[in-house]
Design a protein around this ligand. Structure first.
Ligand code: NAI
Length: 468
């Protein structure tokens, strides 16, 4: 078997790369150890979590906000089995869609675990242990990432009581007390799901803030909002032990600044302390593919590894572990292999936390601008001053636009509020074109829309908002 391109890993990075390569006329194969395409994102990550986030949000709306809109439905009853079935159906439909795309683009699907043997050579072992050799002019490693666990703590996951995000998507009943280790994206998204369905949720986070790395203003406001929703936070707390108890589990943590250790009981513990590149079975050291100091595949800005003809993209290389970053790299590397100019603008990669309300950002945070000594102007506008938000009872949050003080070029936009994950893209497009906050403020925005908050925040960076 011989190909122009063999992609190892059929997650968002890998399958998009394979589709693009095939569209560009390259003979392409996709190697995947799972029986279904889509990787973590579609099978056990982004897509199933969004199904549960949406369903649990509707459950909460029905229970708390319908009456204020004049809709009497009584207390909503949870049918968790049906909710989980909705999640599974969603995954299934996405997987089928992908299988169709793989066929339509005439990509060879090779099920099994791929091992790289050097330039142009790899083998794939199927689940019966049968191995076959494959030749490929170009190999793209897109094997994604896996749960990192807690450094220095031996956590025994059973995916029932002590769970990763995978188990947290499949609990067969709502836990009385869910303890979440890690106040990052996974912890807050999945913590929110179970809090809305009735669990008491305690988040234990090492840093003094949730969503470390996000704009500090946004993180603070977001924590207040989640607090109102009933989530409890233990910040500046380092988890040193997670152990199964007679019933449930125990989580031990100590103040980062020093002090007495504390132990709390949990029915379920979700450990969401980050992910690490997944490079097992790839045989990279034997093949001579060099890793960086953090165990990621080292690449240059054309995604080339240390071995000619072997490329890597997505969570296995440097940069944010985001599906859309991997997808864009997949397109770029396919174009590069085809002799075109593939490129990803890392300054404009939006990130979204799919909670209720959502948090979304693109570009630099205020903290980053300060650290880099860049003079900037900040404009802020609250959802509470937006007519559409009031009509929808979605007045929590704000938009913040950060623009270069001298040139007015927009350097970052941060939103916490309903619909933030959709609204962020007008900022991303503007930034991709090097637009200014005046460009944004002078662009006519339909009334009444939530997006008017973006226009008003842009106006506030260089003059005054109109509706405040
Ligand atoms: P994360 O890196 O976002 O957050 C992990 C948190 O755990 C950090 O705040 C860290 O300080 C804390 N932590 C680490 N060790 C600790 C300890 N011993 N005690 C207490 N806290 C501790 O990682 P997360 O949430 O697991 O997500 C993994 C990756 O998946 C991230 O790169 C994330 O961007 C990505 N992801 C993105 C999503 C999105 O874009 N909506 C959704 C889900 C995941």
């Amino acid at each position: 078997m011989s190909y122009d391109v063999v992609v190892i890993g059929a997650g968002p990075g890998g399958y998009v790369c394979a589709i693009k390569a095939a569209q560009l006329g390259l003979k392409t194969a996709l190697v995947e150890k799972r029986a279904t395409p889509g990787g973590t994102c579609i099978n056990i990550g982004c897509i199933p979590s969004k199904a549960l986030l949406y369903a649990s949000e509707m459950f909460m709306e029905a229970g708390h906000n319908f009456a204020a809109l004049g809709i009497e439905v009584g207390a909503p009853k949870l049918d968790l089995k049906a909710m989980l079935a909705h999640k599974d159906t969603t995954v299934d439909a996405n997987v089928k869609g992908l299988q169709f795309l793989i066929k339509k683009n005439k990509i060879d699907w090779i099920e099994g675990t791929g091992t790289v043997h050097g330039a142009g050579k790899l083998s794939v072992k199927d689940k019966d242990g049968e191995s076959r050799d494959i030749e490929a002019k170009n190999i793209v490693i897109a094997t994604g990432s896996d749960v990192a666990g807690i450094p220095g703590v031996d956590v025994k996951f059973d995916e029932k009581v002590i769970v990763t995000s995978t188990g947290a998507l499949d609990l067969d009943k709502v836990p009385g007390h869910l303890v979440v280790v890690g106040g990052g994206v996974i912890g807050l998204e999945l913590g929110s799901v179970w809090a809305r369905l009735g669990a008491k949720v305690t988040v234990v986070e090492y840093l003094d803030t949730i969503l470390g790395g996000m704009d500090g203003d946004v993180a603070k406001q977001f924590q207040r909002i989640l607090g109102k929703q009933g989530l409890e936070f233990k910040l500046g707390a380092k988890v040193t032990g997670v152990e199964k108890a007679k019933s449930g589990a125990k989580v031990t943590f100590e103040p980062v600044k020093g002090g007495e250790a504390e132990t709390i009981d949990a029915d379920v513990v979700l450990v969401a302390t980050g992910r690490k590149p997944f490079i097992e079975s790839l045989g990279l050291d034997k093949a001579g593919v060099v890793l960086d100091e953090r165990g990621r595949v080292r690449t240059d800005n054309h995604y080339r590894t240390s071995i000619p003809g072997i490329y890597a993209i997505g969570d296995v290389i440097a940069g944010p572990m985001l599906a859309h970053k991997a997808e864009d790299e997949g397109v770029a590397v396919a174009e590069i292999i085809a002799g075109q100019q593939g490129h990803v603008n890392y300054g404009v990669i939006p990130s979204v936390v799919y909670t209720s309300p959502e948090v979304a950002s693109v570009g630099k945070t205020e903290e980053e601008l300060k650290a880099e000594g860049i003079e900037y102007a900040a404009g802020k506008f609250p959802f509470s001053a937006n007519g559409r938000a009031r009509a929808m009872l979605q007045t929590d949050g704000f938009v913040k636009v950060l623009a270069d003080k001298k040139t007015d070029r927009v350097l970052g936009v941060h939103i916490v509020g309903f619909g933030a994950g959709e609204m962020i893209h007008e900022a991303a497009v503007l930034m991709e074109f090097g637009g200014s906050s005046e460009d944004l403020a002078r662009t006519c925005h339909a009334h009444p829309t939530l997006s008017e908050t973006v226009k008003e925040a842009a106006l506030a960076t260089f003059f005054k908002p109109l509706h405040m």
